[in-house]
Design a binder for this molecule. Structure first.
Ligand code: HAM
Length: 520
């Protein structure tokens, strides 16, 4: 049995390799092109942000924030380990160790400060200067004073200084990008731009979920957000129309759009429904599983998300949100549906579609596709008016979606739309030093003309070269020996049927240019 390599990709992460990456590129290029036609521009926010941003936006109680984020809580681990050492030196009253560790703590803290590992605030600069000043005093106290050194007092003093250092915000790898886009909208005063602002992003997200088919810990999203002053139902419908147009352009099969409205946070709307739901759930509590029982308290709406077989018939008896929305939300939802019909977008209403992030209100939607098993949601989104305000910005309406790119690719592959291995247009089988120089030049010319060319770096026997050309899926082999070069007559072999033609250099390039490159 082959031994496992020492280093492997971390569970839930994976390498995307050729030829599959060609399909990823095709999907992303299609997104740039389709989203561009709807007037969206690309934003590339950073991959990590303050943990607080996600806690506020997505919700501190959601699974995504409370269980699944990759966070860096304290950046000062090297200093911390010296401080622990100091405690040992204190206990055994070891002067030299004590002075050495004190020195190391000062040095580490300064170096963290210089590379902005801890924030460059005046408070931190003062504390570090204090460290330096005390260095001499501590040395004197330990070595020159007649009294017994007061190690405990010194240690308490030092710990206190370190505790006062401002360590900076805890950071997290982004589990989603809506929060970042809203943060950027505020930070760059985008409310000054013509509204609404339409942005899209493509990139990796991170969630510590249990990995399975279609669920990874590093996964990719293609998302879009519309931010501005209006919540016109036409915006909701156009955003959905755009995703559907994108899926249609890719030829994704079995696409189904599910929509719902979850109302808004006013006493006569969602909160009243949530109370009714909670009361109904209390009555059937004993027949529910552990998770749902807990959610009756924390977030009853999430019970509707349950996939547990035995809970389905119970959930079917619960009150529907549509019957408890306020008049404005009812009107908005009806208008969104009309706007979708106007655009010829088919949808199914799903009263249980509540989504797992706290920022949603009114329109929510999910899109499923074929071949994905239990993780069949290929896109999720909804309206989130008020999120920008919650993050400290002006009153702003918002709606958007994110497509799970990994799942989109899986679904395309399952329906036979995977990438085919990239072949070569021309394999240059060269023999001899002079032929090599010509081969290098020919490769350059052909590549400039858009052809995929393989030029072996070392000389190969003719048979071997043809064998390689075949394995790489080459269309032609260009045969260049010293004789061909001196005669100025090059041989081009069509590998599929083994026929050969002779050309002069300009004729050959001309002949090939008339062919279609494999990559086109
Ligand atoms: P979400 O439903 O959490 O929404 O994620 C959107 C999509 O990302 C899912 O439908 C799924 O296709 C994909 N996805 C989520 N988690 C994983 C995973 N662990 N592995 C593979 N794919 C995954 C959001 O993220 C919202 N920010 C969407 C949004 C944008 N709403 C408004 N604007």
């Amino acid at each position: 049995m082959a031994t496992k390599p020492k280093f492997q990709a971390i569970r839930g992460t994976r390498d995307l390799l050729p030829p599959e990456t060609a399909l990823w590129n095709h999907v992303e290029e299609t997104a740039h092109s389709v989203f561009g036609t709807f007037g969206f521009g690309e934003i590339r926010p950073p991959i990590f942000e303050p943990t607080e941003l996600f806690a506020r936006a997505v919700g501190g109680e959601t699974d995504i924030v409370s269980k699944e984020m990759y966070s860096i809580e304290r950046p000062l681990t090297s200093i911390q380990s010296f401080v622990e050492g100091l405690a040992v030196a204190t206990e055994i009253a070891h002067k030299e160790a004590y002075v050495f560790l004190y020195f190391k703590i000062c040095e580490e803290a300064w170096s963290e400060y210089r590379r902005a590992g801890i924030p460059n605030t005046s408070n931190n600069a003062e504390l570090l200067n204090e460290f330096d000043k005390r260095q001499v005093e501590i040395r004197n106290e330990l070595y020159h004073s007649q009294a017994t050194p007061r190690f405990e007092v010194l240690e308490a003093y030092l710990r206190n200084l370190i505790l006062k250092l401002e360590l900076g915000d805890p950071l997290s790898l982004r589990p989603e990008a809506t929060a970042s886009v809203c943060r950027a909208y505020i930070e760059h005063n985008m409310q000054q731009l013509p509204q609404p602002v339409k942005l899209y992003y493509i990139g990796p997200m991170f969630r510590r979920e249990r990995p399975q088919k279609g669920r990874y810990r590093q996964f990719y999203q293609i998302g879009a957000e519309v931010l501005g002053g209006s919540d016109a139902p036409g915006i909701d419908a156009e955003v959905i129309e755009m995703v559907m147009a994108f899926f249609y352009r890719l030829g994704l099969s079995g696409v189904e759009l599910h929509i719902n409205s979850i109302g808004h946070n006013a006493p006569d709307c969602r909160p009243a429904y949530v109370e009714k739901l909670r009361a109904a759930l209390e009555k059937v509590k004993d027949n529910l599983g552990e998770d749902s029982q807990r959610r009756i308290e924390t977030n009853p709406l999430r019970v509707l998300d349950s996939k547990l077989e035995h809970e389905q018939s119970i959930i079917a008896t619960l009150p529907h949100i549509a019957d408890h929305l306020c008049a404005d939300c009812v009107a908005h939802y009806a208008a969104v549906k009309r706007q979708l019909e106007l655009r010829g977008v088919f949808f199914k209403e799903d009263w249980r579609l509540v989504r797992g992030l706290d920022y949603y209100m009114r329109t929510t939607f999910e899109i499923t596709a074929k071949g994905l098993g239990s993780q069949n949601a290929v896109c999720g989104g909804g309206r989130y008016d008020g999120l920008v305000e919650l993050l400290g910005g002006p009153s702003t309406k918002g709606i958007g979606f994110a497509i799970g790119e990994d799942r989109l690719i899986l679904s395309l592959q399952e329906s036979g739309k995977g990438a085919t291995p990239q072949g070569r247009d021309v394999y240059i089988a060269w023999m001899g030093e002079r032929a090599y120089a010509t081969a290098v030049r020919a490769a350059k010319d052909l590549r400039n003309a858009g052809f995929t060319v393989e030029l072996p770096p070392t000389e190969l026997k003719f048979g071997k070269a043809l064998e390689r050309a075949d394995k790489l899926g080459s269309r032609y082999a260009l045969i260049l020996g010293d004789n061909e070069v001196s005669e100025g007559s090059w041989t081009l072999k069509t590998l599929a049927h083994g026929t050969q033609q002779k050309f002069t250099e300009p004729d050959l390039l001309e002949f090939l240019r008339k062919q279609k490159p494999v990559s086109s």
